[in-house]
Design a protein around this ligand. Structure first.
Ligand code: SF4
Length: 363
């Protein structure tokens, strides 16, 4: 437990920014080569995994921006880069106009208070040996957000109430709670430092379907009440459709399409986005033709040349195999990286069926 100062932070007038977070040319490569001696003896080549390979996006205050894509596309690495759990290989991460990509631990301290993360596995992110009240009190003490031990306890009780638990739950240990309740504890802990921005990495995917909607409804209520901004990482497209303002689609470390949620889910342009959307069950039995999910995601260690999606794309041609498409803005606010869309080779027919609302989710 931290024994940091308990001096209350001074009230500072907040500046207003058009974007709260802006990522420019962000890359994160991992060296996954065999040990040096093996490389020398066996002649094995150096291997670089390009988890994030040059992405740009911006998030406005109060917005929910989601990143989607198949497993291994790099979305969770982006989450970790933003909260400083990984350092970038290159590029910038601007939080309210200040580049935080290469700040020291000390310089990152005040930013960390305002930029918190909710993890997929709530149990792994809660210290099992600590009582809940100590887990939630830790950031309050560390960032000097209360003047006295009594004030810390009062704040812990308020946070537990805010996430739908009771102040007396502070006396229990994490293992005494269900999965959904543990994710409520994680949210209370994230809120304890009074953040403005939450990075939510698959926050409901480890939970039973019956409690997923409860957690998402809670997150949405908290966002409205506290003016929070969310970067939401998920592979569940039905959830993303109904909780997001804008969505970015990632494939092999790159953003292939970014669009307002209502446009992305009714008029997807990129063939990969269309393929992902075709995996959502068609409850309305609209009878629309679907693009079958073709092939596996290639290795990010040796991604295909040109457009990395070309081995799976039914619209690929020679240009796609040799030239990497750059993101281009379209008139309705979507940004798409695809030669076929640029050349009009990919059909632009809207999807008429609505994405079903997950049971229990308030929309
Ligand atoms: Fe398909 Fe070519 Fe577009 Fe890539 S650039 S998605 S291969 S049409």
């Amino acid at each position: 437990m931290s024994d940091a100062t308990t001096a209350k932070k001074p009230a500072v007038a907040k500046e207003t920014f058009e974007t709260i977070l802006e990522v420019k040319g962000l890359k994160r490569y991992f060296d996954v080569s065999a040990p040096w001696l093996n490389r020398v003896l066996e002649g094995a080549p150096e291997q670089i995994l390009k988890a994030v390979d040059g992405i740009d996006f911006a998030i406005k205050p109060g917005e929910t921006f989601s990143l989607v894509g198949e497993s291994g596309c790099g979305k969770s690495t982006v989450a970790k880069l933003i909260v400083g759990l990984h350092g970038p290989s290159s590029g910038s991460i601007e939080f309210e106009g200040r580049d935080i990509a290469n700040l020291s631990r000390k310089q990152m301290g005040p930013i960390r208070r305002r930029l918190q993360m909710i993890f997929q596995d709530p149990y792994a992110s809660l210290n099992p040996r600590w009582k809940v009240r100590d887990i939630i009190a830790e950031p309050i003490r560390a960032f000097g957000l209360a003047d006295s031990p009594d004030e810390v306890l009062e704040r812990v009780g308020q946070l537990l109430t805010q996430v739908g638990l009771s102040p007396v739950d502070g006396e229990k240990y994490p293992h005494e709670f269900s999965g959904g309740q543990r994710q409520r504890l994680s949210i209370a802990r994230a809120l304890a430092s009074e953040p403005d921005f939450l990075v939510c990495d698959e926050p409901t995917s480890a939970l039973d379907v019956s409690v997923q909607a409860q957690i998402l409804n809670l997150m949405r209520d908290l966002q409205k009440k506290l003016g929070l901004t969310y970067l939401f990482i998920s592979h569940n497209l039905a959830v993303v459709c109904h909780v997001s303002d804008r969505v970015g689609v990632m494939y092999l470390g790159r953003l292939v399409e970014v669009a307002p949620s209502d446009i992305l889910f009714t008029r997807p342009r990129h063939p990969y986005t269309r393929m992902l959307l075709d995996t959502i069950p068609d409850l309305e039995m609209s009878g629309r033709e679907r693009m079958p999910v073709a092939g596996e995601v290639p290795s990010p260690i040796n991604p295909p040349s040109g457009c990395a999606f070309h081995p799976r794309c039914p619209f690929a041609n020679d240009r796609c195999k040799s030239e990497r498409p750059e993101p281009r803005p379209l008139a309705d606010g979507a940004v798409v990286a695809c030669h076929g869309v640029e050349e009009g080779r990919v059909p632009d027919d809207p999807i008429m069926a609505k994405v079903p609302v997950p049971e229990g989710l308030n929309v």
